[in-house]
Design a protein around this ligand. Structure first.
Ligand SMILES: *[C@@H]1O[C@H](CO)[C@@H](O)[C@H](O)[C@H]1NC(C)=O
Ligand SMILES: *[C@@H]1O[C@H](CO)[C@@H](O)[C@H](O)[C@H]1NC(C)=O
Ligand SMILES: *[C@@H]1O[C@H](CO)[C@@H](O)[C@H](O)[C@H]1NC(C)=O
Ligand SMILES: *[C@@H]1O[C@H](CO)[C@@H](O)[C@H](O)[C@H]1NC(C)=O
Ligand SMILES: *[C@@H]1O[C@H](CO)[C@@H](O)[C@H](O)[C@H]1NC(C)=O
Ligand SMILES: *[C@@H]1O[C@H](CO)[C@@H](O)[C@H](O)[C@H]1NC(C)=O
Ligand SMILES: *[C@@H]1O[C@H](CO)[C@@H](O)[C@H](O)[C@H]1NC(C)=O
Ligand SMILES: *[C@@H]1O[C@H](CO)[C@@H](O)[C@H](O)[C@H]1NC(C)=O
Ligand SMILES: *[C@@H]1O[C@H](CO)[C@@H](O)[C@H](O)[C@H]1NC(C)=O
Length: 686
């Protein structure tokens, strides 16, 4: 990778993670010298050692020792800094560090969870600077549906230098093998309960966590993942809500997370150097770390998206994909340093890993090195004549390569690789390290409606540098904006997010002047906000008046149903948008255009009426959406855009009302989050 590319990459990462570091110090990060943070280097290691026993294999680089079961390839022991095992040694060996899969044959509703057990063990590399081990599970017809029809090769790599180890896996389905769906695959680490109590996901999202027992003694809420801690071991946590979904994160942000032990001062980190092997693109959300102490790296899942993201193998097709490598990083605080330094150091290590991506060490031919990959550059402009005569540089646009498909299809793409970047302020962009293949170039621009897709396929060959030049995105538009609600950026965060019910608090998301969090972090991650709608609007539904209402106060972030007095049934709700028109031209066939962009939807039907709800709706969806982002405290799920034509002669001079009804009402989690709504007048010559 050239310096230029890597510094661009580094810049991109800085933009996304707002990590403060000097990107020009590349050589320092990539150095292979073992280090102790701010302190003296540990005793020089005597090189890499591999010890192969009857039932175990042990990799050691002088800093840590990783034991795997043989031939299964389950991580049973991680010895570090004199601690015998960082993993929970009270758990069965099976249940410490493992890859697993949730899969189902076609037509089956509920899948099986299967831990991936190797049946054959091989040493791929045993060199001075690298150990690479392979644990393979092979499928054949005699196994039938007792096991997922995949050949899986789990790799574990240890290098001389960094205090950690890498893992990746190659999944392959051969032609003619049975079809199946994969709903989830991930790697899981269960850490020592007596050591790891402090969890960190981002600069703002860090806290002392409850213990697993606290969840058992607690009171379950509307679903089993959420409990109130009634009798926690740490009394300071009493009365708080615990729910692993409160610690979810978008792929683009979820690059390093993990746990800190204060005594001894040790950190255990999941570092995700790339998102190329994850499904659903940069804003797909997933679990990170949670009570256990558990740390995950999730490669495929239905979270915040639903069945649409289930990876479906059909017609006996051939499919192969490499998940990872990811890096499990361990660090140690200096004797005089605060343990939170471990988080700062883990972020630095993430930058080092990103600088080294694509890694050159994986021995598998299925992982192309940097010179076998290609680059796509260009500059994106927005053409929206009703906004500005000139083209507008697509500042901070998201641009990505994913499997060829329809506009926006990357959101639910689950079989291939995706390569994303953010454009600079002038709209220029560079997508680096793309694997050879045929792709579509997709994108969207925060602040603008809709999805971009480049007209032609983009073909990457080893070493190719594709320059697409100037590109133009014309967002959906037919006429001038008469009014708009919200910001078109695929999130409902700008709307009114209520304070949580005082009985359902997670203190992490409460403003705290003592700790400088005067503005609460991600308030939308509190439990139970959906119930607050009925408290705010007990009898009459929300009415938004264009010109006087303020969407940050008067537009509830989620269009939910209302619980009835029996506490078990729910009533649909209908919101109103009231607006005045000074004039309506009566040109035959003229239309106004209502744009409804949706940031999340679950089991809902949206009906749009004009004037009154008795008449036939001007628009209706079928029952759509399964992203479940309301229950999971996401502020968005998948993105939907509806362009609704309203014959202009249906509008009147004076007050008009648009009614938005969500008609489904079986559960409190059915509902939708709007991203942005706009009414455009008929096209005019400009
Ligand atoms: C697994 O295969 C057996 C034998 O072919 C069949 O009876 C059974 O229904 C299958 N199970 C599933 C979950 O598909
Ligand atoms: C890309 O598409 C072209 C034309 O459709 C085809 O010839 C080529 O094999 C494809 N390349 C890859 C890597 O799939
Ligand atoms: C792009 O590639 C896909 C899949 O290879 C193919 O079906 C489609 O026709 C291609 N589109 C264009 C415009 O070449
Ligand atoms: C959308 O805009 C709101 C308000 O500025 C902001 O809070 C939110 O983070 C933005 N979301 C995205 C995905 O850009
Ligand atoms: C606010 O922050 C201080 C200092 O970090 C902490 O001691 C206190 O418990 C916090 N209060 C709440 C309500 O989270
Ligand atoms: C709060 O912010 C100020 C100024 O940035 C800083 O000096 C102080 O240490 C911070 N306090 C805490 C508790 O983080
Ligand atoms: C419904 O719940 C409220 C609040 O918990 C309670 O006051 C009320 O009695 C309940 N109503 C019924 C019919 O159970
Ligand atoms: C019609 O009304 C719109 C918005 O109320 C206004 O922007 C536009 O100038 C008016 N057009 C005419 C011809 O009066
Ligand atoms: C709304 O009311 C106006 C005036 O009463 C009428 O002309 C128009 O057809 C109505 N539109 C619909 C969709 O019912």
């Amino acid at each position: 990778m050239s310096w230029n590319q890597s510094s661009l990459l580094c810049l991109g990462l800085l933009l996304q993670l707002s990590l403060l570091a000097d990107c020009s110090l590349k050589s320092e990060w990539t150095s292979n010298i073992p280090r102790r943070i701010n302190g003296e280097a540990p005793a020089p290691s005597s090189g890499l050692r591999l010890q192969i026993e009857q039932r175990y294999v042990v990799m050691d680089n002088g800093l840590l020792q990783v034991t795997l079961s043989k031939p299964q390839g389950i991580v049973t022991n991680i010895k570090y800094n004199g601690i015998d095992n960082l993993l929970e040694h009270h758990n069965e060996e099976e249940n410490r560090g493992y890859w697993d899969i949730f899969w189902k044959p076609p037509g089956v509703r509920k899948g099986e969870r299967e831990k991936i057990h190797g049946t054959s063990f091989n040493v791929i590399k045993e060199e001075e600077g690298q150990i690479e081990l392979s644990f393979t599970a092979t499928w054949d017809l005699s196994i039938g549906n007792k096991s997922v029809p995949l050949n899986i090769d789990k790799r574990f790599v240890m290098l001389l230098g960094p205090s950690g180890f890498y893992t990746y896996a190659i999944y392959e389905h051969l032609e003619g093998w049975p079809d199946f769906n994969m709903d989830n695959t991930r790697i899981v680490f269960k850490l020592r309960q007596d050591l790891f109590h402090y969890m960190a996901i981002s600069d703002q999202r860090q806290r002392i966590m409850p213990m697993p027992e606290d969840r058992e003694t607690g009171k379950p809420l509307a679903y089993s993942e959420a409990v109130i801690l009634t009798n926690p071991i740490n009394p300071e946590l009493k009365g708080e809500v615990d729910d692993k979904y409160q610690y979810s994160c978008e792929n683009q942000d979820c690059r390093v997370h993990g746990w800190i032990s204060s005594d001894p001062p040790v950190g255990f980190w999941m570092i995700n150097p790339s998102i190329e092997f994850r499904t659903g693109g940069p804003v797909k959300q997933d679990l990170t770390s949670h009570v256990g102490p558990t740390t995950l790296s999730v490669f495929v899942s239905l979270h915040y998206s639903g069945e649409d993201l289930s990876m479906s193998i059909h017609d006996g097709e051939h499919w192969k994909k490499v998940f990872g490598p990811i890096f499990i990083y361990l660090n140690l605080a200096p004797a005089d340093g605060h343990v939170t330094k471990l988080w700062e150091d883990a972020k630095q290590q993430l930058l080092a890993e990103v600088q080294n991506w694509p890694y050159s060490f994986p021995a598998s031919n299925d992982f192309p090195s940097s010179d076998q990959r290609g680059t796509v550059t260009g500059q994106l402009f927005i053409q929206d004549r009703y906004l500005l005569k000139e083209n507008i540089p697509a500042d901070s646009a998201y641009l990505g390569l994913a499997a060829p498909g329809d506009i926006g299809s990357w959101q639910t793409e689950s079989k291939g690789y995706q390569f994303w970047t953010r454009a600079n302020s002038d709209g220029s962009f560079s997508i680096n390290g793309a694997r050879p293949g045929n792709y579509s170039l997709y994108g969207w621009v925060p602040g603008f409606l809709g999805d971009y897709k480049y007209d032609l396929n983009v073909t990457i060959t080893p070493g190719s540098k594709v320059n697409l030049g100037d590109l133009i995105y014309e967002p959906p538009r037919q006429g001038p904006t008469l009014w708009e609600i919200g910001i078109p950026n695929r999130s409902a965060a700008e709307f009114y997010v209520p304070d949580p019910n005082p009985e359902y608090i997670n203190k992490l998301y409460v403003a705290n002047t003592t700790s400088n969090n005067t503005v609460p972090v991600d308030k939308f991650r509190q439990y139970g906000l959906w119930e607050r709608y009925a408290e705010l609007y007990p009898h009459e539904d929300l009415v938004y008046t264009v010109g006087t209402s303020d969407y940050s106060k008067d537009w509830f972030f989620a269009h939910v149903d209302r619980k009835n007095e029996d506490n078990t049934t729910y009533t649909p709700t209908t919101w109103q948008i009231r607006f005045n028109l000074d004039n309506v031209t009566r040109v035959p066939n003229e239309i106004h255009m209502l744009r409804v962009a949706i940031a999340s939807v679950t089991g809902s039907q949206l009906l749009v009426h004009l004037n009154n709800t008795d008449s036939y709706p001007v628009f209706s969806t079928s029952i759509i959406g399964r992203d479940n982002a309301i229950a999971r405290h996401g502020i968005h799920g998948l993105y939907w855009l509806y362009n609704i034509q309203i014959p202009s002669d249906k509008l009147t001079v004076g007050e008009n009302i648009i009614f938005l009804t969500q008609s489904r009402h079986m559960s409190p989690f059915q509902g939708l989050m709007y991203d942005y709504i706009r009414l455009e007048g008929p096209s005019t010559s400009i």
